[in-house]
Ligand binder design. Structure first.
Ligand code: ZN
Length: 123
């Protein structure tokens, strides 16, 4: 397994592989407690949300269909079950996906493109 993926799954700092990446449920710490590396350049945008929506849909849709057609639950009971279940699955998946994408960015030395990076194209 690639080291950036291990860091991502464990939600560890991609620089030193020891410090915790998250300071809250989904909020990154400003810097690593172990090595001091800044996490301010961590910009994963909508990447983790896209993967989590796709995977959560594959997990939760069969559960919904089984509860709806197998157990014939009412819509209110379904909503009472599926809403917290969806939140739990999505938040549980978002942390490692966000950490993995950030760790991959660090591993591949990705950086956000600036306008000055494209000045040579306008001449
Ligand atoms: Zn670190």
């Amino acid at each position: 397994m690639p080291p950036w993926l291990v860091d991502g799954i464990k939600c560890k700092c991609p620089h030193c592989h020891n410090g915790d990446l998250f300071g809250g449920v989904l909020k990154l710490k400003p810097h690593c407690d172990k090595c001091g590396a800044s996490f301010k350049d961590a910009e994963t945008a909508d990447g983790p949300a896209f993967f989590v929506m796709t995977i959560a849909g594959f997990i939760l849709t069969p559960v919904l269909l089984i509860l709806l057609f197998g157990f014939r639950l009412s819509p209110l009971v379904l909503m009472a079950i599926m809403t917290p279940l969806t939140l739990i699955v999505c938040i549980a998946l978002l942390r490692p996906f966000k950490a993995s994408i950030y760790a991959l960015q660090v591993h591949k030395k990705f950086k956000e493109a600036k306008a000055k990076d494209y000045e040579h194209l306008q001449k």
